[in-house]
Design a protein around this ligand. Structure first.
Ligand code: ADP
Ligand code: MG
Length: 257
């Protein structure tokens, strides 16, 4: 059975998509079978995996509306080494169409059951909101990975996410927990970032991942080539950090079992 993780933070531009595709590519490099599910209508995880969102014949939208299975709608990332269930703008309409449907928050969970044997990890790239789409992700996940920048307002808004996770845990998914906070775009030369990083560790203890993802321009350049940074420039510091993070995640799931 795969371990299923949402990469979530309701702020935009904090590194969710970068984390999703690079963790998937890092896991693939160390021999893990991974599926990336793009739950964001912007389709950045899809494009960043080398799959053209404008050319999708089937997508996560069809899966949520139960007109296709994941086995039918998934594709192989051409160079990422993992599978992708893609998204595009059509997904924005799913929210409205699902509102009147039964089990609307459980659609993804049901669909995933059918491909469970194919993967070790499922990584769900969530949109920057606590919407019905995000809820579908949280309902099927074992845990949430929260990427965050070590900035003054980093913790602001985290309490909304934590409350949502608590509610989903209480009402819809007893397995859900925060797996960890991942410090991303980190620049150790900036004193404030070091201070916030220390505060995070003091506050959240072992919920803060050991791996720190540095600010690294190669990670930012990679999506325009349709590649995760881990594949685009394996020698870069950013790529190496994500491979370390993949190893840390493999070790974490051993302790979760
Ligand atoms: P989100 O999915 O949360 O909106 P993204 O992963 O798209 O965030 O990241 C936002 C922007 O920051 C993108 O342009 C991305 O390339 C860039 N970025 C993300 N992580 C890093 C990093 N570690 N170093 C440099 N740029 C990064
Ligand atoms: Mg994103």
């Amino acid at each position: 059975m795969p371990r299923i993780f949402c990469i979530a933070n309701q702020k935009g531009g904090v590194g969710k998509t970068t984390t999703t595709v690079n963790l998937a590519a890092g896991l693939a490099q160390i021999g893990q079978r991974a599926l990336v599910i793009d739950l964001d209508p912007q389709g950045n995880a899809t494009m960043g995996s080398g799959v053209d969102k404008r050319a999708l014949t089937l997508s996560i939208y069809d899966v949520l509306l139960e007109s296709a299975s994941i086995a039918e709608a998934r594709q192989r990332s051409p160079q990422g080494g993992y599978d992708v269930l893609g998204a595009n703008r059509e997904l924005a309409g799913a929210e409205v169409e699902l509102v009147s449907q039964p089990h609307r928050e459980q659609r993804l969970k049901r669909a995933l059951d059918a491909v469970a044997a194919d993967y070790d990890f499922v990584l769900i790239d969530c949109p920057p909101s606590l919407s019905l789409l995000t809820l579908n992700g949280l309902c099927c996940a074992h845990g949430v990975i929260v990427p965050m920048q070590c900035e003054y307002f980093a913790l602001e808004g985290l309490s909304d996410l934590v409350n949502t996770i608590k509610q989903v845990h209480a009402n819809l998914n007893r397995e859900l927990q925060i797996i960890g906070l991942l410090r991303v775009m980190f620049d150790p030369r900036i004193t404030l970032q070091q201070q916030v990083s220390e505060q995070l560790q003091a506050h959240f203890g072992e919920k803060v991942f050991n791996t720190v993802i540095p600010r690294n321009v190669r990670l930012a350049e990679a999506p325009s080539y349709g590649l995760p940074g881990v594949v685009f420039d394996p020698a870069s510091r950013g790529a190496q950090a994500f491979v370390s993070f993949a190893r840390e995640m493999v070790a974490r799931i051993e302790t979760m079992r």
